[in-house]
Design a protein around this ligand. Structure first.
Ligand code: AMP
Ligand code: GLY
Length: 424
């Protein structure tokens, strides 16, 4: 079948790389893609939010499966757009309906969903301009730290943790009254501070049945030792060593099952990935966030560890037959190291030449912000490449990725040399 992947990051390169390996794949298109996706399929210059153009392309090229990488098209309703049209509705769309995507698009919606379905998560309060004073009073009457979250999508920047009352009050006021995160912070939640170790689980659901992919942990801060600004993610490891079978069973019983069943009960159509960000507090898993898509760079470790045919898994997802699928994983550890442009996530150079992209049998280089310019590979974004390696333990595996990142000839390169450090 012909398949179209939407997106242009390392996540989409990893998905396309895996889809290209399936014997079921005939033509594979990536819109808009990057210099890496060009090697596994055909890049198409489409705006991922222009659903009519995507639909026209899909019809013209007999696309039978649309795989949506990032959240924006899902939040804008790409699933619903396809399912509402007679000539498009048979195309499998991997991703939830617009309502399902609100699990990621609105923190208050996600919180209400979790409380309704008894899914463990932190307590919270909700504030807008109307009850801002109550929010300030709440801060005055409680002890730091305060976790402030913009309700809407804020490009991964909408969470602020304040360690004293004055900062928290200033933040809350800026978020609500001064639109610090635009309309995303018209509403803000103050969440209970949860102290623990984080990890993520990735679920693929057909709306009734689901499979669970390997666990992962990402490294969001730009600096070594988890210091500095938040980024989209500077690296990831999979599987997460401290997640035992017993813990996964508990996560399944108390979080995954109630989530999938809750979506069904609430008649929220969901045929896609649920990324569940978790935190272990006193040995008990709680949900920090839901995302309606795979993670980036978590995809670059989770997907290469799968032995399954990804097209087949997606067919089951679209056809409601995931109960017939069984996840098969490589018995290996994977570590990915993001090679960014120096200065990311603030200002950084673009158009810098990249040469000497070496790989070997233990490693894959996924592209993110890259493009070809006059026959030369150049950087075009903040996160430029992700080097994924496989091995038997995290330390040895991470080293393989560091070595290849070191060898790259890319003048603006910056990468963390401690991905997975707590497991060395
Ligand atoms: P989110 O965008 O919701 O994933 O939040 C970003 C990061 O903020 C998380 O990965 C956590 O490290 C941190 N965080 C979010 N919520 C809490 C919380 N309630 N307590 C402590 N840390 C949190
Ligand atoms: N790496 C975090 C995310 O994809 O949301």
């Amino acid at each position: 079948m012909n398949i179209l992947v939407l997106g242009s990051g390392g996540r989409e390169h990893a998905l396309a790389w895996k889809l290209a390996q399936s014997t079921k794949t005939e033509q594979l298109f990536i819109a808009p893609g990057n210099a890496g996706t060009q090697n596994v399929g055909t890049n198409v210059d489409l705006d991922i939010l222009d659903f009519q153009s995507i639909a026209d392309f899909a019809l013209k090229n007999e696309i039978k499966m649309l795989v949506v990488g990032p959240e924006a098209p899902l939040v804008e309703g790409v699933y619903d757009f396809f399912k509402a049209k007679e000539n498009l509705k048979d195309i499998i769309v991997i991703g939830p309906s617009k309502l399902g995507a609100v699990l990621e698009g609105s923190k208050t919606f996600a919180k209400e969903f979790m409380f309704k379905h008894n899914i463990p998560t932190g307590a919270y309060e909700e504030y807008t301009q109307k009850n801002l004073q109550e929010g300030l009073d709440f801060i005055n009457n409680n002890k730091a730290p305060f976790v402030l979250k913009a309700d809407g999508l804020a490009g991964g920047k909408g969470v602020v943790i304040s360690f004293n009352q004055e900062d928290a009050k200033k933040e809350l006021t800026e978020m609500i009254s001064e639109s610090k995160f635009g309309t995303a912070s018209t509403k803000v939640i103050i969440e209970e501070f949860l102290d623990g170790i984080e990890f993520s689980v990735f679920v693929l659901s057909d709306g009734t049945n689901y499979v669970v992919l390997p666990t992962a942990k990402d490294y969001k801060r730009v600096g070594e030792g988890d210091k500095g600004l938040n980024t989209g993610g500077m690296g990831a490891v999979s599987p997460v060593p401290f997640v035992s079978e017993a813990l996964m069973k508990e996560v399944d019983e108390t979080i995954i099952k109630p989530t999938v069943n809750g979506l069904k009960k609430d008649e929220i159509t969901y045929e896609g990935f649920i990324y569940i960000g978790l935190i272990l507090v006193d040995g008990k898993p709680k949900v920090i966030e839901y995302n309606c898509r795979m993670g980036d760079p978590e995809t670059q470790v989770v997907i290469p560890l799968l032995e399954n045919d990804l097209v087949e898994l997606f067919q089951h997802t679209g056809n409601g037959t995931l109960d017939q699928a069984k996840i098969q994983k490589k018995d290996k550890t994977a570590v990915t190291v993001v090679v960014a442009a120096n200065g990311y996530p603030e200002s950084y150079p673009k158009g810098v030449a990249i040469n000497n992209l070496e790989t070997n049998e233990d490693s894959i280089v996924f592209h993110a912000g890259t493009k070809m310019q006059d026959g030369q590979l150049v950087s075009s974004g903040g996160r430029v490449l992700a080097v994924t390696s496989f091995g038997n333990n995290i330390k040895e595996t991470a080293q393989k990725s560091f070595d290849l990142a070191e060898k790259m000839d890319f003048e603006a390169k910056y990468f963390r040399k401690d991905i997975g450090y707590e497991f060395y």
